[in-house]
Design a protein around this ligand. Sequence first.
Ligand code: UD1
Length: 332
Amino acid sequence: MKNILVTGGLGYIGSHTVVELIENGYQPIIIDDLSNTNIGVLERLKKITGLDVPYYQNDVCDITVLRKILVDHQIDGVIHFAAFKAVGESVQFPLKYYQNNIGGLVSLLHAMEQCNIKNIVFSSSCTVYGQPDISPVDENSAIKVANSPYGNTKQIGEEILRDCSFLNAVALRYFNPIGAHPSALIGELPLGVPNNLVPFITQTAAGIREKLTVYGNDYNTKDGTCVRDYIHVVDLAKAHVKAIAFIDKNSTNHFEVFNIGTGNGFTVLEIIEAFETTNQVKLNYTIGDRRAGDVEKVWANTDKATNTLGWKAALDLNTMVESAWKWQLSLS
Ligand code: UD1
């Protein structure tokens, strides 16, 4: 495989994956509708890689455009990031999520089938495990009823891939991606008030937000705050390159899922402490009520990814929060 279509390739995880693909000798081609990023990322990708990456500003729901790109660029495989990801918004506007996340995936798969392309890596999420009975969770842990339309689109997305027997597909179940590229040229660009913890921390430290609210300190965890498996976005991006190589070697495998995390759980207070200590910045925060729908604790067993993909997270928490802060500072 050589030519890889990256849908949502100008987004947070997509842009980091484009860099890793180029560094590993692949030719990425990007399609992105700019609904949650901006065109400046393309120029930044050129600064990092020295290459002009072919780019189409289109919606993945547009099957005619997709077919043309697949044929014109002789695409060998697809990494599909293009999707909405705000849990709260998905509760408010479920059809927006089903239309884009499920409609987009179905259009893409139709176009792939018609063009005889079977290789795909899909962005899934640890949200499919809901509140697990025990952590770490492995890929055989129970899939729980989704607690949001967003989570449901990830579960349904996996089921669609499983049902499409013409595919050679991998779903990567991401835990909590944070951090930014060491160049500080690309990173997360939340529109409006961030929902996720680390962008909220960095914006508070930068004075854009007054203070961070820690959502609850009465959970059954070591300090009462929720536990997550935070993973550096660069490690996560590398997992996609390994998944492409796996698909290339195992063309008879129809569908595989992999957890992509570090295997370590950290509380919200531990993240704040790591941020303050590593960056020598004081954070204004307060303890508030629990956030509806939050999972108490979840972290990954990553043995399958290590043994089968030959991938393991390498970057530690300090590197994650340091790069997140460097990125935030570069924005001001
Ligand atoms: C969730 C999903 C994840 C999904 C992501 C999309 C789970 C376990 N994870 O991530 O799959 O991709 O949404 O956005 O369902 N927090 C605060 N204050 C804040 C923000 C967050 O205390 O202002 C806390 C949360 O309560 C949570 C932790 O920080 O304990 C991480 O929150 P967040 O970054 O929003 O990610 P998840 O909710 O874990």
